[in-house]
Design a binder for this molecule. Structure first.
Ligand code: ASP
Length: 273
């Protein structure tokens, strides 16, 4: 990580925070998390949307989910290759179908019928991710996610990812699985990044919410305890979470996690390590 690179990441994070914050002035948490994730998907820096990593076929298969805490409505897409903003397709599944998760061609067809923008394979081609595939680099996450609470106390979470470099074609990660990489109810909203298989096996995002609901744990403690369970499986990653009072937790056990938060007064916090 050079200082120039860090500045680029911080700028992209700040743009996403501002996109969400603007909406939260008089809008809903659900709209805010989608706007923030779209901003991150559109940036080539992150492993989602435009900057997604390659699978072993040298192709991109993207996963995304969104969940509205107040209503517990949720939508997700998995293994899509042609959608510019998978998070918006996830939202369309939530709002325009009776389903929660659509995959592959069916998901693309559905999203296109509901106004999704398509992108050619070249749109997703980034040199750094190709180098990562050639060198079989793993361990670099970069899934994007956003969680928010709005003025009415409603919570929402959204997550979008390319998975990880060198994953098998057809592999689906934790991000589009409600309760694993993405979850929101009336207590908290959670979005995860890291070795997805461990998040699935520990039902990580739901574990945070369940600890708060059934054990009365505070957000920080519940988040740290849930994350410890992926660490116990030998996996690394992190999560971002917010509760209805606006408390924020962003624990990780990886080397770093690009993250940012903005509060009611508009104070931004950005960090990498
Ligand atoms: N959690 C994502 C997945 O397994 C990857 C990541 O966060 O980097 O699909």
């Amino acid at each position: 990580m050079t200082s120039g690179r860090a500045v680029r990441y911080e700028k992209a994070l700040a743009r996403a925070l501002d996109a969400g914050y603007e909406i939260l002035q008089n809008g809903k948490a659900l709209d805010a998390v989608c706007a923030a994730v779209v901003a991150l998907e559109d940036s080539p820096l992150f492993n989602a949307g435009r900057g997604a990593c390659y699978n072993t076929d040298g192709k991109h298969e993207l996963d995304a989910a969104v969940m509205d805490g107040a209503t517990r409505r949720a939508g997700a897409v998995a293994a899509v290759s042609r959608l510019r903003n998978p998070v918006l397709a996830a939202r369309a599944v939530m709002e325009k179908s009776t389903h929660v998760l659509l995959v592959g061609r069916g998901a693309e067809r559905f999203a296109l019928a509901h106004g999704a923008r398509i992108a050619p394979a070249s749109y997703f081609a980034t040199r750094s991710r190709l180098v990562a595939l050639k060198r079989r680099l793993t361990g670099h996450h970069g899934t994007v996610g956003a969680v928010a609470v709005d003025a009415d106390g409603n919570l929402a979470a959204a997550t979008s990812t390319g998975g990880y470099t060198g994953k098998l074609p057809g592999r689906v990660g934790d991000s589009p699985l409600i309760g694993a990489g993405t979850y929101a109810d009336e207590i908290c909203a959670v979005s995860g990044t890291g070795f997805g298989e461990a998040f699935i096996r520990t039902v990580l995002a739901y574990d945070v919410a369940a600890r708060m609901r059934y054990r009365g744990e505070k957000l920080a403690r519940a988040s740290a305890a849930a994350l410890a369970r992926i660490a116990a499986l030998g996996a690394d990653g992190g999560l971002i979470a917010v509760d209805r009072r606006g408390n924020i937790a962003m624990p990780f056990n990886s080397e770093g996690m690009y993250r940012g938060a903005i509060d009611q007064q508009g104070h931004r916090r950005l960090a990498i390590y």
